[in-house]
Design a protein around this ligand. Structure first.
Ligand SMILES: Cc1cc2nc3c(=O)[nH]c(=O)nc-3n(C[C@H](O)[C@H](O)[C@H](O)COP(=O)(O)OP(=O)(O)OC[C@H]3O[C@@H](n4cnc5c(N)ncnc54)[C@H](O)[C@@H]3O)c2cc1C
Length: 509
């Protein structure tokens, strides 16, 4: 063992003030004192942020809880709403839809997965759908919502939820949080990045004003520019466009009309798909498409033709590349957010991947010399996270029977990663799903999308026959009836929000 004293990180510099930058600043400032580690965030109002990213998955609740943020304050400050899952329309076949809920379907029995019992039950009850056994799906279809019950014996403990919110307001909220905890914000455009001649480590950045900011550790949160990791350190980009051919988005908000839905809608279109995200004050919309298979004008026309209310402004075009940097951490620089990689928002995973980038860094917090073993482990874990999410997203495109456009012909017939092919084959055989190494999407998510997109197992797991089928059917019917009863007593989503966290009510950050 070496006797050399360990050199600690004393100065962290975060470049970029979008969701990634401020989430990183907030999380680090909640953990380290400014006396021990000075955190500086540099951002440029002139460049601005991407300003999209309104839908999330339940893990965001853990992030806010880690910061000690009150849920009601957060929802008021960000015009937030509750999200019980996503409705997918026209994905498997035109005219069909299904719901990917947060939370489980039914209850496992004797250690056997619930969906195996349901597959068997459905043979004699062909009109039954797996959604009949998801409390989140039942509540979503009726525009109902309630906060889950902490008592695991209550059926209401089965609700799992996330949020829709205004991402720009979230970054502002986190900025106030981080500044209160000693984060130093510097306004200015970075024009030069200087590296140590011997190590190649980034030593400081120079701003347009000529001021310099030095640090031991740099977070590249500069969005798609990837100014530090990509442009300066030259870390290359692994492109996944051959599996995920969409590369452009047109986004526009519209006036909110009708009931406030507690879920995201994703509608497959001719060469991509359109999202609909309800927040308290407006509805966010975006049309994601492959620019080689649809013109911008057609994409805009299709977007505007499918809004629920009058558009608030004109559509904004965003070009993107799907994939990730071959390393997220190189020398003394980590890319968090769009600078590290991007997967289209079909399953609302970008903010989650930011969270993962931050939490893995915290769990591997290095000494100032940035040991290679620590960096390698970080890169391994983050790459695996991206690949697992990638497979789940590709599944939606691959498992289609649509043949009404060149785009869907391409997706239906394309090769997919072996890891995904293996999952699809196992499910096709006897409905089996395995969750590998801390994978984000759990069994109910895979089951919802596979069944929703018409991958029907050839047989069920023979082990289900070890239980009496009449008794199993009675248990299923009792589960369904207690879920329906619980839903009938829930308030509507809007009533719940008005009582709990409506933005018009006074907030107190
Ligand atoms: C079409 C689309 C839809 C999306 N929808 C969702 C969604 O529903 N859910 C979800 O979780 N995510 C979604 N995302 C992803 C989400 O928007 C981003 O992951 C998130 O906002 C983080 O962005 P960022 O902070 O990495 O980058 P940005 O918001 O682009 O921030 C970059 C920052 O770097 C600064 N900067 C850049 N260059 C310089 C410079 N030279 N000097 C100083 N500062 C500089 C900018 O000023 C800015 O502050 C979506 C993304 C896209 C493209």
């Amino acid at each position: 063992m070496s006797n050399a004293p360990q050199k600690n990180i004393r100065n962290i510099v975060i470049v970029g003030g979008g969701s990634a930058g401020w989430m990183t600043a907030a999380a680090l400032s909640s953990l380290v004192s400014p006396q021990a580690v000075q955190i500086t965030l540099v951002e440029s109002e002139q460049i601005g942020t991407i300003g999209v990213g309104e839908a999330t998955i339940p893990d965001v609740i853990n992030f806010n809880a880690m910061l000690g943020i009150s849920e009601t304050d957060f929802l008021r400050e960000t015009n937030g709403t509750f999200k019980l899952g996503i409705e997918f329309i026209n994905w498997g076949r035109l005219g069909e839809s299904y719901f990917h809920p947060f939370g489980n379907h039914g209850v496992d029995m004797n250690g056997i997965d619930f969906h195996q019992f349901w597959l068997n039950y459905q043979r004699s009850n062909p009109s039954s759908t797996i959604e009949d056994f998801s409390l989140s799906a039942i509540a979503a279809h009726q525009n109902k919502f309630t906060i889950p019950d902490n008592n695991p014996r209550s059926v209401l403990s089965q609700i799992r939820y996330a949020y829709h919110f205004d991402a720009t307001a979230y970054a502002k909220y986190l900025r106030r949080y981080a500044e209160k905890r000693g984060v130093n914000r510097v306004e200015g455009k970075v024009v030069e990045i200087n590296q140590d001649a011997n190590t190649g480590f980034i030593s400081n950045i120079r701003l347009e004003s000529d001021a310099t900011v030095a640090g031991d550790m740099f977070f590249d949160c500069t969005g798609f520019r990837s100014l530090l990791l990509g442009q300066t350190l030259g870390v290359d980009f692994k492109d996944w466009a051959h599996w995920l051919p969409c590369d452009t988005a047109q986004t526009v908000a519209c006036e909110r009309t009708g009931e406030l839905l507690p879920y995201t809608k994703s509608t497959a279109k001719t060469a991509g798909w359109q999202w609909r995200i309800p927040t308290q004050h407006r509805t966010g919309n975006g049309h994601i498409y492959s620019s080689s298979m649809m013109s911008d004008d057609d994409a805009i026309e299709s977007l505007l033709g499918d809004l629920d209310g009058p558009a608030l402004g004109t559509p904004r075009k965003i070009k993107f590349r799907t994939g990730h940097r071959s390393h997220f951490w190189e020398k003394n620089c980590i890319a968090v957010g769009l600078s590290g990689g991007f997967l289209e928002p079909l399953e609302s995973t970008s903010l989650y991947l930011i969270q993962e980038g931050i939490s893995k860094f915290i769990s591997l917090f290095p000494s100032a010399d940035m040991p290679a073993s620590v960096r390698d482990e970080y890169n391994r874990q983050l790459t695996q996270k991206f690949e697992q999410v990638r497979d789940f997203i590709i599944l939606h495109y691959k498992a289609t029977e649509r043949d009404d456009s060149p785009f869907w012909d391409y997706c239906r017939t394309m090769d997919v990663p072996d890891s995904l092919m293996h999952k699809m084959e196992l499910f096709r055989e006897a409905g089996r799903i395995f969750r590998y190494e801390d994978e984000l999407f759990s069994r109910p998510s895979w089951v919802a999308v596979m069944l929703g997109q018409n991958i029907h197992p050839k047989s069920v797991d023979p082990i289900v026959h070890s239980l009496n089928s009449a008794e199993v059917a009675r248990s299923l019917e009792s589960m369904r009836s207690s879920m329906n009863k619980a839903t009938s007593q829930m308030p509507t989503h809007e009533a719940m929000l008005r009582q709990y966290a409506w933005a018009a009510a006074p907030a107190g950050v």
